[in-house]
Design a binder for this molecule. Structure first.
Ligand code: GLY
Length: 379
């Protein structure tokens, strides 16, 4: 199938902050013609990481040059540790030294770390410049590049410093996904499965059928999965841009995930998307224990994750984990805490999630205790 036939477009309707997400293979090579209409002068500043830059910066440079656009680039170290004040300061000062002006456009070229950091840099630089997201990981293509959440981590927790700043365009080149490791690809798939679980049972069934070929490299299936995920995110963000209500649904699995990421030191013992997948399985298990869904639902979630070769419960996390009380304590730092009360995303069935503060802490503690003891028996 030709590249043009596979190309899809999702509009994010946010009034004067509206933008398009273009999805398909080969978009890097066309970046210049896509971005040129946004520019007041043919010059952009690109923030990237060293891994992405080594693999893809030449293709992006050539794509921009084809439309007469010059590019300056800064590559930051790869990894979550980059998403803090030191590298953020470095990036902002570099953008100023590079003389990025108020009407210029910054490009965030990388995964979620770069997208969040570069977006936040664009949000504060000269009180706000426009930026384009060119996400290179599956996780960034289906989640973090869309919706305008930008920011960095604080010693107190993840993403605690930031701003809502919508991009002017998102170019999700699905060909680039071919250079991800299988582990990174599957971690991103955790976010894809999340969309089916939270709001579209038919999409989850589609993933049960097509997930393996998608992971194996089927480009049409990849474009379809990214498009459906982005469309669902765009619909939710359009209803609730600043997360006063419905947008919290996108955090299905994230309360558990953030505690597990903190407990594993944000290391490669657990990637964010892996934590999301485990968190979704735990959220469905909790929903079952609270009498909201039948026993088949959490089993079906775990079966799909297992069929994809993904982590699906605490037993799949290597190394030590703290006890249930310590994990509950870590959940207390979650941004969804309101008046000291934890809010969870639970489900009425696959494809129908809701936000609630009405979860007895004992139910969460029991669930974690059982998951931890199953883990210890297995080890
Ligand atoms: N990643 C969740 C959100 O954008 O709201």
């Amino acid at each position: 199938m030709s590249q043009a036939v596979l190309e899809r477009r999702v509009h994010v309707p946010l009034g004067e902050r509206a933008y398009d997400v273009v999805i398909g293979p080969g978009l890097l090579a066309q970046a210049g013609e896509r971005i040129l209409p946004l520019l007041k002068r043919p010059r952009v500043a690109v923030l990237s990481d060293e891994t992405v830059a080594a693999l893809h910066l030449d293709t992006l440079r050539a794509g921009l040059a084809a439309a007469g656009i010059e590019m300056e680039a800064l590559a930051l170290p790869p990894g979550e540790a980059t998403k803090g004040w030191p590298q953020f300061t470095r990036a902002v000062e570099w953008l100023l030294e590079t003389r990025v002006e108020r009407n210029d456009v910054v490009i965030a070229f990388g995964g979620g770390v770069i997208g969040d950091l570069a977006g936040f840099a664009a949000a504060v630089l000269r009180r706000g410049v426009r930026f384009v997201q060119i996400p290179t990981s599956l996780l960034a293509q289906v989640d973090s590049s869309v919706g305008g959440k930008t920011g960095i981590n604080a010693p107190q927790g993840k993403n605690l410093i930031g701003a809502f700043h919508q991009p002017s365009l998102v170019l999700a080149d699905t060909e680039v996904l071919g250079t991800l490791t299988q582990r990174d690809f599957l971690a991103g798939y955790g976010e894809v499965a999340k969309y089916g679980l939270l709001g579209d049972a038919e999409f989850f069934s589609w993933l049960e059928t097509h997930g393996p070929s998608l992971a194996g490299g089927d480009m049409a299936a990849r474009v379809e999965a990214v498009t459906r995920s982005v469309q669902m995110k765009a619909d939710i963000v359009a209803r609730d841009e600043t997360e006063q209500g419905d947008r919290a649904l996108l955090n299905l699995g994230h309360t558990f995930c953030h505690a597990l990421e903190a407990a594993t030191g944000y290391s490669d013992r657990l990637l964010h998307g892996e934590g999301v997948a485990i968190g979704c399985a735990l959220a469905f298990e909790l929903s079952y224990r609270l009498g909201l869904v039948s026993q088949e639902e959490p089993s079906r979630v775990r079966e799909h994750l297992a069929a994809m070769g993904m982590k699906k419960d605490l037993a799949d996390i290597p190394g030590d984990l703290p006890d249930a009380d310590a994990l509950l304590d870590l959940m207390g730092q979650d941004k969804k805490v309101v008046d000291g009360q934890l809010r969870f995303i639970l489900a009425r069935c696959i494809g129908d999630a809701f936000v609630t503060a009405d979860v007895p802490p004992e139910a969460v503690r029991d669930l974690l205790n059982e998951a931890l003891s199953a883990r210890n028996q297995n080890s």
